[in-house]
Ligand binder design. Structure first.
Ligand code: 13P
Ligand code: SF4
Length: 351
């Protein structure tokens, strides 16, 4: 995308405000942000890296988070009391995160307690969730995970209890279960609309992994047919996908991992190589521009409309109203329990 004269003016204004705020401001950007937003940020990363960065920063007074709401909310939970977290577009949500809420999860938990006893289950919530679900995990000896640490989070959970209730993304859960060598019958899907999630008591007793029936519409657009057709056109290509893709797509790919994993995969590929990527299009476009000596192609064009809600204009508006607009707030009692679940995840990285 070429910059319009209006964009150049907006960028100039943003740069001046950044300069004036100096070290009092830090702009965090997720890998799926538009190029012009990433260029203006101080740190870019996957959702795990961004949460680590938010937890580590004790100096900046203002954290402006260019990503979706659950990410900014996690930064707020991990931030210091003197810090303010703002998001340029408050309406930038995540439909997958909305597929589980605390009423539905509490109901599932009670039902599971009746069948097998909650003491046998670790609740594990994907970062893509609201603060109340993280708090639920904090209260019930569970934890948060992201796509970059799901395997270690699983190991920790199984060292504590014999089963995991994983929500809301069934695909990340199943792909991680496959990586751990689980048999299909050990993984059941919990449909919150149905009695016992649509399972028999016996199936629940036998299950090791209970997967919430949620998914990301950006990643379930990719199919095996896309991979087969790209492999036909580019026989030497490597295919790398995000683990929010369906199991069949992950199994046909050469590698799967978080957005930072994908960034490193391209970085480490030989010049001249062909890499086909199954994830959000803005990241793929940016990688194609950054590595012109490699052929970086999309498996299929899939955009996250919520990530795309952050733009130069609302970033400028946020900086013009620093500390005042679109401030993320989490009630103290939710924050304390949610922080426990996030801290358990962060501790795994440094263990
Ligand atoms: P990462 O944790 O890999 O950055 O992914 C976040 C996300 O929302 C993917 O859809
Ligand atoms: Fe949510 Fe999917 Fe967008 Fe990630 S890509 S923020 S999971 S809708």
């Amino acid at each position: 995308m070429t910059e319009e004269p209006d964009d150049r003016e907006t960028i100039e204004k943003i740069r001046k405000l950044k300069e004036a705020l100096g070290e009092r401001l830090i702009i965090l950007t997720h890998h799926y942000q538009r190029k012009e937003i990433v260029d203006l940020g101080d740190f870019k990363g996957d959702s795990f890296g961004l949460s680590q960065r938010a937890a580590a920063d004790k100096d900046a007074q203002y954290i402006v988070f260019c990503g979706v709401h659950f990410m900014a909310e996690s930064a707020e939970i991990l931030s210091q009391p003197h810090q303010t977290v703002q998001i340029p577009a408050i309406e930038a949500g995540c439909p997958m995160a909305d597929m589980a809420d605390s009423v539905l999860v509490e109901r599932a938990w009670e039902a599971l307690d009746q069948v097998v006893g909650a003491a046998k289950i670790t609740p594990m919530v994907y970062m893509n969730s609201d603060a109340e679900l993280k708090a639920f995990c904090g209260k019930n000896s569970g934890l948060v995970c992201t796509s970059s640490n799901a395997p270690v989070a699983f190991d920790w959970a199984y060292s504590q209890r014999e089963k995991i209730l994983f929500f809301p993304d069934q695909h990340l859960g199943r792909n991680t279960g496959n990586q751990k060598g689980f048999k299909p019958e050990e993984m059941i899907v919990w449909d919150p609309e149905k009695e016992l999630g649509g399972n028999s008591p016996d199936a629940i007793k036998k299950a090791t992994l209970i997967l919430w029936d949620g998914y990301c519409h950006v990643h379930t657009r990719f199919s095996v047919a896309h991979i087969l057709s790209m492999r036909e056109r580019f026989p030497d290509a490597k295919v790398v996908v995000h683990p929010e893709c369906p199991e069949s797509v992950v199994q046909q790919a050469d590698a799967a991992g978080s957005t930072s994993f994908i960034v490193n995969y391209v970085k480490e590929a030989e010049p001249g190589s062909v890499i086909i990527i199954g994830t959000e299009i803005n990241l793929i476009d940016r990688l194609a521009r950054e590595y012109p000596d490699r052929k970086v192609l999309d498996l299929h064009n899939s955009l996250c409309p919520n990530m795309f809600k952050i733009n130069l204009r609302n970033l400028l508006w946020t900086l013009e109203n620093i500390g005042k607009v679109n401030v993320i707030e989490v009630p103290d009692h939710v924050k304390a329990d949610a922080r426990k679940a996030l801290d358990r995840m962060l501790a795994l990285a440094s263990a």
